[in-house]
Design a protein around this ligand. Structure first.
Ligand SMILES: C[S@@+](CC[C@H](N)C(=O)[O-])C[C@H]1O[C@@H](n2cnc3c(N)ncnc32)[C@H](O)[C@@H]1O
Length: 645
């Protein structure tokens, strides 16, 4: 054991030394990389493949074999180094030594000579020092080693199912919430500082005010994070990859990443705690089906194979849906139809308690893993949607339509969004990126009307059907990119209406044209932003809240409060809701009034506290109070901000 360690240490040192030497050598020679084409028959690179590479590499000096001699005097220059070698009858072909470095390189024309002098020079006494001699790693070897190291690294970096599906699973849930809260605090700090940077010459009033009055650096107060009501098996949707497991057996699961030779390993997620039991059952049954099926899973390297993906949705209504994606490249229509029939027969043959409500297929022969979001699906069994319930409303959901993955937590999220929107019977609610119409329809009884905008045709069809299903007659839906539909739509609305906006964009955030349109649409007094990706929220908030500029016209919004909902326990994701309110004269007056009240309260405080104390005490107290009052000031002003809400 000890021997192994010792060898390992020497090897490491050797490598490190060699790195150092190569770096210095390169400096000495002012070596320029040479572009060359190499042909490698290689078992390391890619199994049994001849690889041609045009990478920039350094052509190795393959005819020479070198040693590195350490512990040389730093003052020794090349001339003296050569003299020393000649005196000791070392038959070198080439040498390198620079002043200020304590090593030199000696090259020989054969391995035998090199090895003979390795023994001879190692331990050689020069003055008080013993020389240390090592074989210098040749460039080709060095490159090979680095390549192998990277591959080893890649092998070991193959993720586990837990890391893929629930990276925070080992962190106690309370701690997860705390971590998410900290993430959000940073986001709110960023919104403030980035908005300031972007409004240097035209600071919006809210920023000036908050700079003066708040100790914290957040753009607005943050309410306590809301935990998910269920933290196990909470997902109503799972998208499984179909590939080969580590034993080369077809597997419906999650891709762990690629091995060194580029093969994607898929693993069984049976124990992944986020996936619902039912989803796992369906996955397992389908896994058995493809194992015995003559067609193979799709291979990302060769782009051959058939099975690509299985998506399972199962809702609290008991309805469930599967969508099987396969590669139809090279298949005749007859062959495709046969596969569809077989698939349908298989799912129909499942026991009654495992029956699906809806089964669809999706043909995809693209190279990238992710198919386009609007790639059509074809339903081959049952209706092309299933239903879920939220806050007493029923929503049908098509295979391609978005639906929040954690139903119970979504109800909490939507309730807060509607509370903060503060809608009334006069409200015209704009539901931007409305999906299947969920948020708007949950508010339908309290508002005058709803306009929903959505890019996905399937989701819009669902929205319209959902309005009928829920007996809603005051909702209208527009299909298209919000950036195309919203700007012109806003110009047509009556400016006298009371508009409130809810935006729930995809991870990329809102398009600039949407932000511009909202910002310059003054009748919109409130905007509730639901964010699943807080990086885009920062960018969008800057545009909504920065000082007026050529690009961003219209009165700035003020971020007034924020709250996070944990829709994704055991992951680092979180939904954040921010309420933006339009800054107007009223809020100005409100702020001024509150300023007056705060000042009055402070001076009253001073008078009361200063009664009955002698002059010295008074002086000291005044000094102390200076600090206390500042703190109170901050506290009161924090309250003021909360009142701003
Ligand atoms: C995070 S989901 C929210 C959906 C819905 N509000 C909900 O809670 O179920 C984002 C939605 O935005 C839609 N979307 C993406 N890009 C869009 C765009 N440019 N214009 C309009 N809608 C878009 C997506 O199809 C998706 O339905």
């Amino acid at each position: 054991m000890e021997t192994t360690n010792a060898i390992a240490d020497t090897t490491t040192n050797n490598n490190n030394n060699n790195e150092e030497i190569n770096k210095v050598e390169k400096d000495i020679n002012n070596e320029q990389p040479i572009t060359t084409t190499t042909t490698t028959t290689n078992t390391d690179l890619n199994e049994n493949k001849q690889e041609e590479s045009t990478d920039k590499i350094h052509v190795p000096n393959s005819t020479l074999f070198s040693l590195v001699l350490f512990n040389l005097p730093k003052y020794m220059d090349l001339k003296k180094f050569n003299k020393f070698l000649e005196q000791n009858k070392v038959p070198y072909k080439k040498t390198k030594k620079i002043v200020k470095e304590s090593f030199g390189v000696i090259s020989f024309d054969s391995v035998e000579v090199r090895d003979k002098f390795l023994e001879k020079l190692n331990g050689f006494e020069m003055g008080t020092k013993k020389l240390k001699c090592e074989i210098k790693e040749e460039k080709a070897d060095r490159m090979k080693r680095k390549f192998n190291e990277q591959n080893d690294d890649r092998e070991s970096k193959l993720k586990t199912i837990e890391e893929i599906v629930c990276p925070w699973y080992n962190i106690p849930y309370e701690e997860q919430l705390q971590k998410k809260k900290e993430q959000i605090i940073n986001i709110l700090i960023n919104i403030k500082s980035e908005t300031r940077k972007d409004s240097l010459h035209n600071l919006p009033f809210w920023l000036e005010r908050r700079d003066k009055t708040r100790e914290e650096k957040m753009c607005c107060p943050l309410e306590e994070i809301i935990a998910s009501p269920t933290i196990q098996n909470y997902r109503n949707k799972a998208q499984y990859t179909i590939g080969l497991d580590e034993n080369n057996v077809p597997c419906v699961g999650f891709a762990l990443g690629r091995t060194g030779n580029g093969v994607t390993i898929v693993a069984d997620p049976s124990n992944a705690p986020l996936i619902s039991t039912r989803s796992n059952e369906i996955r397992r049954l389908f896994n058995d089906y493809i194992i015995s099926h003559p067609r193979k899973p799709f291979d990302k390297n060769t782009h051959e194979g058939f099975w690509r993906q299985l998506t399972v949705r199962d809702f609290s209504t008991g309805e469930s849906m599967a969508t099987v994606q396969f590669n139809h490249k090279g298949l005749s229509e007859e062959e495709i139809n046969k596969e569809k029939d077989n698939l349908k027969k298989f799912f129909e043959s499942l026991p009654a308690d495992k029956q699906l409500t809806s089964l669809s297929i999706q043909l995809y022969d693209g190279i990238s893993n992710a198919a386009p979001v609007d790639l059509p699906t074809e339903t081959i069994m049952g209706p092309n949607y299933i239903h879920e319930k939220l806050l007493g409303y029923t929503f049908r959901v098509s295979p391609n339509a978005f639906f929040q993955v954690n139903t119970k937590a979504t109800e909490l999220l939507y309730s807060k969004v509607l509370e903060w929107a503060g809608v009334s019977e006069n409200t015209h609610l704009l539901d931007v990126c409305c999906g299947t119409g969920t948020i708007g329809q949950c508010a339908s009884k309290k508002v005058k009307c709803i306009t929903g905008l959505e890019i996905s045709p399937d989701a819009i069809t669902d929205s319209i059907s959902n309005a009928q299903l829920n007996n809603i007659t005051n909702a209208e839906y527009t299909l298209g990119k919000a950036e195309d539909t919203l700007p012109s739509m806003l110009t047509k609305f009556s400016k006298d209406e009371e508009f409130i906006g809810i935006v729930d964009p995809p991870r990329s955030g809102l398009h600039n044209d949407v932000l511009k349109a909202i910002r310059s649409f003054e009748p919109m007094k409130k905007l509730v932003y639901v964010s699943c990706n807080q990086k885009s929220l920062v960018q969008d908030s800057i545009k909504l809240c920065k000082g007026i500029s050529k690009a961003m016209k219209g009165t700035p919004f003020i971020p007034t409060k924020a709250i996070a909902f944990d829709l994704f326990p055991h992951t680092d994701l979180v939904e954040l809701v921010v309420l933006f309110e339009r800054y107007n004269e009223d809020s100005d007056k409100k702020l001024n009034k509150e300023d007056g009240e705060i000042q009055e309260a402070n001076s009253k405080n001073n008078n009361n506290n200063n009664k009955d104390i002698n002059e010295d005490d008074k002086k000291r107290k005044r000094e102390d109070d200076g600090n206390t009052n500042n703190n109170e000031n901050n506290e009161n002003n924090s309250n003021k901000e909360i009142k701003l809400e």
